[in-house]
Design a protein around this ligand. Structure first.
Ligand SMILES: Cc1ncc(COP(=O)(O)O)c(C=O)c1O
Length: 456
């Protein structure tokens, strides 16, 4: 093959930001090739691994996903808040290519490499607070949460872990115990890890106007003190805006009050920023919004532009509590994933993506308000930055309507718009576009949503 043929081939295979930023439907969704692959999937892949939308992906970039039938779909999911910098973002691809050609793995615990250290330095710099910090890298969000608990227990010598209603922290045994929702995450998978205690979240839409942030914090703290005992609490672990739970944004003052109480009683305050982190909410981290400085922060998803990487970052004296060799794992902080993270962080900084998240948030919020004004089925619009959701209810009240939410989402899919649902009651439509999404595509996606609400 000549050099120019190789270059042509690379061009023709490329996804990334160069893909035409358009919604284009050339077959029904899913099309025939996706349908054929889905049948093969059924025969080869375990049933327990679900599918939101059975289109098979050929390439993706910017704000679109192109499927194997040639349809170009508008992506309002970003792989569940992962490809915030866009799929196959230039800096991620370049750094991954370079790294993969140098070496793919040595295991950081055996022979270290500088990419891991650079990612930890970046995390120590970017996470809230200017105190002395340390980080450790892992493979998945659930693994980061598990390690945050290990670290908090080693530091405090205590066992109890406090989590909240509607929380989602993962699918491993400990994180299943920490996750609130039974179906599909926990059902039939018990027994779960002990010493996990759940208290009420601040949920303004369902709490009503009488329960402000301070009152909701007192409600949670009273339960912890009565049922767990402050002196037994190793950590209080919370999503600053809940993800799978339905983008529940606690009332102002709730997070600062819980953080202050945790510090007063010597418990480690852990912010699970796995879904909210890395510019998604219009700041580097959602805790920045109210100036909350967590003791530990867990991160994953948006950190590495689509490669599997996760981290725990926090106060040096807490992070250094576990004994040497107590933290780690074969692949944690894999060099290729670290290279991707450095590319993703560079992209966020150079393209000022926290600011773009705010613009996207303003646009989505405007459009959703316009739709909600005409449709009583939208009970609440909430979120922050490029993390917005609507709670779908039976008109005239607050009764959850998961059937309508599911129907709207399915219709969006058929029209070439990838949407996700969420929420303890399954009635939340959530919007998490890549921050590389151009305005015209976002507007088109919300035109589709508006038409669907009219028809449903
Ligand atoms: C807030 C939060 N914590 C933890 C997790 C688990 O992350 P992972 O799926 O990478 O294990 C998720 C995933 O959705 C999440 O949103």
């Amino acid at each position: 093959m000549t050099d120019s043929t190789v270059a042509d081939l690379q061009m023709s295979l490329a996804g990334g930001p160069g893909l035409p930023q358009e919604r284009r439907l050339v077959t029904a969704v899913p099309g025939p090739r996706s349908t054929e692959l889905f049948a093969r999937r059924g025969a080869a892949v375990a049933r327990g691994v679900g599918t939101t939308l059975p289109v098979f992906v050929d390439r993706a970039g910017g704000g679109v996903i192109v499927d194997v039938d040639g349809n170009s779909l508008i992506d309002l999911g970003a792989g569940i808040a992962v490809v915030s910098v866009g799929n196959a973002a230039d800096a991620v691809v370049t750094r991954v290519r370079e790294q993969v050609a140098r070496f793919t793995h040595t295991c950081f615990m055996v022979t270290p490499y500088d990419g891991y250290v650079q990612v930890c330095e970046a995390l120590n710099r970017l996470t809230p607070g200017d105190h002395d910090k340390r980080s450790a890298l892992f493979n998945s969000g659930a693994e980061a949460v598990e390690n945050a608990v290990k670290i908090a227990r080693a530091h405090t010598g205590r066992q109890a872990v406090v989590v909240f209603d509607h929380a989602y922290h993962g699918r491993t045994n400990l994180t299943m115990a920490m996750t609130a929702k039974n179906m599909p995450y926990k059902h039939s998978f018990g027994p779960f890890a002990p010493e996990v205690y759940r208290v009420p979240m601040s949920y303004p839409f369902r709490d009503g106007p009488d329960i402000d942030g301070a009152t909701a914090a007192r409600r949670a703290i009273a339960l912890i003190e009565a049922q767990v005992g402050a002196a037994n609490v190793a950590c209080v672990l919370i999503e600053p805006i809940q993800g799978e739970g339905g983008f529940v944004v606690p009332a102002p003052g709730f997070l600062p009050a819980i953080a202050a109480w945790s510090r007063d009683v010597g418990a480690v305050f852990v912010a699970d920023e796995i879904q909210t982190g890395f510019c998604r909410t219009g700041d580097w981290f959602a805790c920045d919004h109210e100036g909350v400085v967590p003791d530990l922060v867990t991160t994953a998803k948006g950190i590495a532009g689509g490669l599997p990487l996760a981290a725990v970052t926090g106060r040096a004296e807490i992070m250094d509590a576990p004994h040497v060799g107590g933290l780690g794992g074969t692949y944690g902080g894999n060099p290729v994933a670290c290279a991707a993270a450095l590319g993703a962080i560079e992209t966020m900084r150079e393209q000022v993506l926290w600011s773009r998240a705010r613009e996207i948030g303003a646009l989505m919020s405007d459009r959703l308000t316009g739709i909600a004004d005409k449709h009583e089925a939208i009970g609440d619009i909430r979120g922050r930055g490029a993390m917005m959701a609507v709670e779908v209810v039976k008109p005239g009240g607050k009764q959850p309507d998961p059937v309508r939410a599911g129907a709207v989402s399915a219709y969006c899919h058929s029209q070439g718009v990838v949407t996700l649902t969420a929420g303890t009651y399954g009635n939340v439509l959530r919007f998490l576009p890549p921050l590389a999404m151009p305005d015209h595509l976002l507007a088109e996606a919300f035109d589709v949503l508006e038409q669907i609400f009219k028809a449903h």
